[in-house]
Structure formats: structure tokens, C-alpha cells
Design a protein around this ligand. Structure first.
Ligand SMILES: [Zn+2]
Length: 121
């Protein structure tokens, strides 16, 4: 699976929720969010709906968790891409952290808005 993005993301964050932890087999999920028109995906993907309207897709060859499609119904769709799947480091910075109630106690908060659970604004 490969992807290309155009322009700047709408936002980016770190999610510490239990589903992201399990899906990424990691302490948190760093991600950026784009409009669907700004993302081009090619190659094989496989996926599963982890919550209603939220499909997590991965590369069936290497198993990397790469992209999620978040369907907000009337609110439109968004594409979430995992920061670690980009070819270079340092392109994006997280704007906030969500589900901090699940953050590992050894991790320091970022200097960014903190949400105990879902992002509310
Ligand atoms: Zn999450």
C-alpha cells in the first residue's frame, strides 16, 4: 500500500485510547487528518470497522496500520494517516492529545491542548 497527500492536514494529534493502543500495538497513535480529496491511496488494503463509521485499514503485505476512514455521516468523511507511515520524520506536529486518561504514566504531556477523552473542539 502507498499513499500521497496534498497540502496541509486539517489537524493532527496523539490518541491514547485503548482501541488505538491495541490497533497500533503501541502506547499511543500519532496521526494527521486530511480531507479525502487530498489523499490518494494505491495498492492493496485490508481493514475493519473498530467503531461505527470508523474503518482502520492496514497493508495486508507488511501488516502496517496506515490509514483510517472516519465517516461522520452528514458531517462528511475524513482520512486519518499514521505519522509513522510517512517517508520522512518532522513533517507534522500534533495539535492536541486525546484520551489522556489512558496515557502511560511515564509519558509527559505535550505542550498542546489536552482532552481527557474525545477531542471536544
Ligand atoms: Zn484512539
Amino acid at each position: 500500500m502507498r499513499f500521497k497527500t496534498r497540502g496541509e492536514p486539517k489537524r493532527g494529534g496523539l490518541c491514547h485510547c485503548m482501541t488505538c493502543r491495541k490497533a497500533h500495538a503501541s502506547a499511543f497513535n500519532p496521526f494527521v487528518v486530511f480531507e479525502p480529496a487530498a489523499v490518494e491511496i494505491s495498492g492493496l488494503t485490508a481493514g475493519w470497522e473498530s467503531s461505527p463509521g470508523y474503518v482502520r485499514a492496514f497493508c495486508p503485505v507488511c501488516g502496517s496500520r496506515v490509514v483510517a476512514v472516519n465517516d461522520h455521516g452528514e458531517g462528511g468523511r475524513e482520512i486519518e494517516l499514521s505519522l509513522g507511515s510517512f517517508d520522512e520524520a518532522g513533517w507534522f506536529r500534533p495539535d492536541y492529545e486525546s484520551w489522556t486518561v489512558r496515557r502511560e504514566p511515564w509519558l509527559q504531556p505535550l505542550c498542546a491542548p489536552q482532552f481527557a477523552r474525545e477531542r471536544t473542539r
